[in-house]
Design a protein around this ligand. Sequence first.
Ligand code: 5GP
Length: 179
Amino acid sequence: MKVTINQKEFERIIDYNQIKKRIRLIGIQLNVAYEHQHPIFVGVLNGCFMFMADLMKQIHIACEVSFVKLSSYDGSARRDQVTELIGLDVDLEGRDIVIVEDIVDTGNSLKHTLDLVNKQNPASVAVCTLLLKPSAVTHTFDNIAYVGFEIDNAFVVGYGLDYRGLGRTLPDIYKEITS
Ligand code: 5GP
């Protein structure tokens, strides 16, 4: 199945049923891993909003939820600079943190979020990302503990991810068709 967004063509690579199944499994893993803790899930906006909403419905342990907002993409072209638009509003000292990302591409934004979180001396930090582009990552991370899907180094939209502001509401995930 194909969609056109702002004159760019995309083809479907992951449908919502697959996403839901994967999220149920990640939820089980998180419930077990944090059974005796009281973690704070920190979502990285805007792209994480759908993933966060579906993931949190699978979490049945006591936990808190917060968000940060960063900006690093300009249309579909990468920008190296990460800008913080909304900062953290909770005290993370001594807490167990799970950072929830829509996608780890170069990893610049994750690096920035980790620096921000680590400054507050949390007890532990794990990363949960719906999508990971292994061939695009330019940093070494040892705490990406939960990954929904590993994908090719292509630009994707849908399920929270946009192309120039559009496409976020698509329930499935699509990748750009390049010829
Ligand atoms: P990174 O810093 O890892 O390169 O990417 C950070 C942010 O860029 C992600 O959280 C996401 O918002 C955006 N991004 C990265 N790759 C893609 C992509 O393929 N599609 C879309 N729509 N956004 C992306």
